[in-house]
Design a protein around this ligand. Structure first.
Ligand code: PSV
Ligand code: MN
Ligand code: MN
Length: 424
């Protein structure tokens, strides 16, 4: 199904007067409201194909119904999200969970909905049916050259799919690691990984990039071969300019200063981009901004300041993606919430007077620096987001519109109440 602009506009009518009141107020309060609205209008976050169905845990999966049954239906759902928030104009595929065999018709469907394909993700953390060799003891780091070769070939195949779809980045996350001391020689595992990645790197088309994701633990609980940003950065540096480090917010040990990592990677030109989510304990994949929105804001402060310093803008080079999963919420509503949280953090960071902050830092005026950040963080920027959506023909209140238009009921009608997303 597709959402008509007109039906969204009809729903906006009821909330228009209240919105205008709130927008006029904030536009008078902050110095750069127009600038922020324009930045928000241009801001887009990729939706992961694997987040459109109920994820579940290893203990169970409770579907909400109407879930996409095919890649086409996943693309349709991203189209719905984008129609409502006007900030989700791309989809990130995970192969082989998604098999884009019919690339040209898939591409046509996406472009009809105003979408394109973001990074493609490879998967060597599971064994697939008919796969010759097992990844039980790892893939790119494996002690057996034949297993490494199989994993390299899979990645090269994923690049080929990506080329057909018009993507230009390969995102690699490896579960490779060990569960017990003595299981693995760390240096050999790292060298094998480096050599395997080099073979994949050599197969990248000229305008492509490879993004190397890190994660400290799970599924391995003693060591992970690309376990932190240092290990990812080391690999990316050895590989060359097409390689950089992907930061998944949930892939840090508790209380890690993620904004500092972001700041330094950006400085070194090695920040690939993000898998946005939130975390209470580990790789929880919770809705962005649901646990620690201040951290998200501090990350965006580093991005705004660091991108300015490097002459970058939102569209240049960095991958903005969500990586979350939904066990008890409607996946579409959850993704709408995540995108909203990211844009709130971005808008708040854009409120900061960076010159004033720099001068507070230069003068060691600690309280002033803190005040500048906290004032921005405590500003309700939601009317700026709503205005950006309104100007782009989106919904003033995306979740409200999703509910009023009974989108989920219609999806259940079309797909059934027991539909299951492919690949999950
Ligand atoms: C691993 O935890 C990860 O964050 C990687 O990005 C995978 O591609 C994704 O989750 C799969 O759900
Ligand atoms: Mn991730
Ligand atoms: Mn993860």
């Amino acid at each position: 199904m597709q959402l008509e602009k007109q039906s969204i506009q009809n729903i906006n009518q009821d909330a228009l007067a209240a919105h205008q009141r709130k927008f006029t107020y904030i536009a008078g309060e902050v110095a750069n409201a127009e600038h922020i609205v324009k930045k928000l209008e241009a801001f887009n976050i990729a939706i992961p194909s694997w987040a459109l169905g109920t994820g579940g845990t290893r203990f169970g999966r409770f579907s909400g119904g109407g879930e996409p049954r095919s890649l086409e239906e996943k693309i349709e759902d991203v189209g719905l999200i984008h129609a409502l928030n006007r900030s989700s104009n791309s989809i990130s595929l995970h192969i082989p969970w998604d098999i884009p065999d019919n690339a040209s018709s898939i591409k046509t469907l996406a472009s009809q909905l105003g979408l394109h394909f973001d990074a493609v993700n490879s998967n060597t953390f599971q064994d697939q049916q008919k796969q010759e060799l097992s990844y039980k003891f790892g893939s790119l780091h494996h002690v057996d050259k034949a297993v490494r070769k199989q994993a390299v070939e899979h990645n090269i195949e994923v690049i080929k799919y990506g080329v057909e779809l018009g993507s230009n980045a390969l995102s690699v996350w490896l579960s490779d690691g060990s569960n017990f001391p003595g299981q693995l020689n760390f240096r050999n595992a790292f060298k094998n990984t480096s050599e395997s990645l080099q073979e994949i790197y050599d197969a990248l088309p000229d305008d492509w990039k490879i993004w190397i994701e890190y994660k400290p633990y799970e599924p391995n609980f003693y060591s992970t071969t690309i376990g932190d940003w240092g290990q990812s950065y080391l690999l990316a540096s050895k590989l060359g300019s097409k390689a950089s480090t992907l930061v998944d917010l949930g892939h840090h040990l508790p209380n890690t200063n993620i904004e500092q990592i972001v700041s330094l990677l950006l400085m070194e030109g090695k920040l690939a981009g993000f898998h946005f989510n939130d975390s209470k304990y580990g790789d929880d994949d919770l809705t962005v901004g649901s646990i620690n929105p201040y951290q998200l804001f501090l990350i965006f402060n580093e991005l705004v300041e660091g991108m300015d310093a490097r002459g970058l803008d939102h569209a240049t080079g960095i991958g903005w993606m969500i990586d979350a999963s939904h066990n008890v919420k409607d996946p579409v509503e959850d993704l709408l919430q995540s995108v909203e949280a990211i844009k709130i953090a971005y808008a708040q960071a854009l409120l900061i007077d960076q010159q004033e902050l720099k001068s507070a830092q230069q003068n060691n005026d600690v309280a002033k620096g803190q005040e500048i950040l906290q004032n921005a963080y405590r500003t309700d920027v939601r009317p700026l987001l709503a205005e950006a959506r309104l100007r782009a023909d989106g919904a003033l209140d995306p979740i409200g519109a999703f509910r009023k238009l009974k989108v989920r009921d219609q999806l259940i009608g079309a797909r059934g109440s027991k539909s299951v997303a492919t690949g999950l």
